[in-house]
Design a protein around this ligand. Structure first.
Ligand code: HEM
Length: 504
């Protein structure tokens, strides 16, 4: 030990003399980290196995979720070491149930995660725990279950699906290829904007310059996953947040004016108007900043997740043409629509009842989410020392991630064909059978399960049904394997390039 210390002292003096103070601090950091790392690996405590230093994730950053999946196949629950604490990763449904439900209060977002998200989300539902979360959850659950919001959002989805058909028709008629991902992102942004604010953004048609700025600001903010992983500096978020904020505050101001002039009543359908009416009861708490945070969270939640899922869904349909044909058959049977009707007319035929009858489509979307969950991993933070159901110890301050992407590929959960895309696994006698949310974790589970799940399925089913009814899709390059870009959401790298052929 004395020799090691002496060696370290000599090395420090040498580095200090040779390279100066920065190298010296770097060396101190490396030494501290090695000390912690070796201590943790050698520890006899019953802690999850160490799969490496957290920096390994930087090495595998481009295929981060596959790297995690390969570690999960080996360990199911494992640990990565940081100088200050451990990050625990699990793909074990028993542990997932424990952290998301049984001991929910111990595994909040934590100060660290909240701080990272604060820039963008403020005090929005994603970034808060405790009383602030409970208040928004209660309010939003109520609003999301109202018939007014449901009917309004369905008609918005129908209108935007028909607009998307027109856009695809133009590209198909010119026999050009298209980036369907880009179109879906714009279409879902238009929908969530209309449902969120009652405003037409028209980003799909590209007629709104602001719409394009807004999308860019949104997309760039997604890069903050790097901060989450402690892997580097965030991109210049400030400018993007300014763009987003100025628009939202202006909208709130206009709506407040309308409210003063009694133009806004309880029948108003968009989410902002409904929250504004609610804010009358407690104007101090629900001030403009709070409303901005709530609404922005919904926008972010609703925009990328549905569009990313639909992108992977169409990719899967192209890779599995038989599934594509089965979906078309079911959609036509469920809508009982005649051929040669317009996209608008067809979209209106997708009623609640028709949606209920699209069980195979529901299964195919769920199968897509199993393999390509829009939120591929999700991090919590342990408030206190704890013991997981598998016996592994958790220390206060540890990070705790469940890995939806890895879980969707675990043979011990889905069987030997876990890697195969097979919608039939979700069906019994043609009827969709849900799986435990602690195994199928794409929407999270427990008290914080996704609030927009039903909303998202309705949007995705309407868009998918309308598109497959009018077009047959083929990949531009059949042999190319799509890859994701490592972000909060599972975005396809470089887009989804397809040809669309009109269906007769
Ligand atoms: C395929 C589509 C979607 C998927 C896969 C999905 C998935 C998720 C996941 C994994 C979470 C947990 C995030 C976390 O706590 O860190 C979440 C939360 C949430 N989602 Fe979704 N989501 C989808 C669509 C939507 C839509 C369309 C909306 C609303 C318009 C929405 C609203 C929310 C809200 C408000 C929360 C926060 C719930 C809470 O913390 O209590 N989601 N979603």
């Amino acid at each position: 030990m004395i020799l090691i210390l002496l060696g370290f002292y000599v090395a420090c003096s040498f580095m200090l003399a040779l390279f100066g103070i920065p190298s010296f601090f770097l060396m101190i950091f490396v030494a501290k980290f090695l000390f912690v790392y070796i201590g943790e690996v050698m520890s006899k405590d019953q802690r999850p196995p160490v799969a490496g230093p957290v920096f390994n994730q930087l090495v595998h950053f481009r295929k981060l979720f596959d790297y995690q999946a390969s570690l999960a196949q080996k360990y199911i629950t494992y640990r990565m070491i940081l100088p200050s604490h451990s990050e625990i990763y699990t793909a074990d449904p028993v542990n997932v149930e424990y952290i998301l439900k049984t001991n929910f209060t111990n595994y909040g977002k934590g100060e660290y995660h909240c701080d990272i998200m604060k820039d963008l989300f403020g005090d929005g539902i994603f970034a808060v725990d405790g009383e602030k979360w409970r208040h928004q959850r209660k309010l939003a659950s109520y609003e999301f279950s109202t018939k007014v919001l449901r009917d309004f959002s369905t008609s918005v989805f129908q209108d935007n699906a028909a607009k998307l058909v027109l856009k695809v028709s133009m590209v198909a008629a010119a026999k050009q290829m298209m980036d369907l991902q880009d179109m879906l992102m714009k279409s879902t942004l238009d929908s969530i904007f209309k449902v969120g604010f009652g405003v037409d953004l028209n980003s799909l048609s590209g007629s709104d310059v602001f719409g394009n700025q807004f999308i860019k600001a949104f997309d760039d903010s997604n890069v903050i996953i790097k901060r989450f992983l402690n892997l580097g500096l965030e991109a210049a978020l400030k400018h993007n947040i300014k763009v987003i904020d100025s628009f939202i505050f202006e909208l709130i101001r206009c709506k407040r004016e309308q409210m003063k002039n009694k133009e806004l009543d309880r029948g108003k359908e968009d989410i902002l108007s409904r929250f504004l009416l609610e804010s009358k009861k407690d104007p101090k708490k629900m001030n403009d900043q709070y409303l901005r945070d709530i609404i922005l969270s919904f926008l972010i939640a609703g925009k990328d997740t549905s569009a990313d899922t639909l992108t992977w869904f169409f990719y899967m349909l192209c890779k599995h043409p038989l599934v594509q044909e089965k979906v078309v058959l079911e959609v036509r049977e469920a809508t009982k629509a005649q051929i040669n009707i317009s996209a608008d007319e067809f979209a209106k035929k997708i009623t609640e009842k028709a949606l209920d009858n699209m069980q195979y489509l529901h299964a195919a979307l769920t199968e897509t989410l199993r393999l390509y969950p829009a939120v591929p991993m999700d991090g919590k933070h342990s408030e206190e020392d704890d013991i997981l159901p598998d016996g592994f110890k958790v220390k206060k301050g540890d990070g705790m991630c469940y890995m939806a992407y890895a879980m969707g590929r675990m043979r011990c959960i889905w069987g030997e064909d876990a890697g195969e895309f097979r919608p039939e696994r979700w069906l019994e006698n043609g009827v969709f059978q849900p799986e435990s949310p602690f195994k199928f974790t794409a929407f999270q589970a427990g008290p914080r399960i996704c609030l927009g799940k039903e909303f998202a399925y309705r949007q995705m089913k309407i868009l998918a049904a309308v598109l497959v009814n009018f077009f047959k899709f083929k990949l531009v390059d059949e042999r190319k394997e799509a890859r994701y870009r490592t972000m909060f959401t599972l975005h396809m790298d470089q887009g989804l390039h397809l040809y669309a052929f009109p269906r007769l």
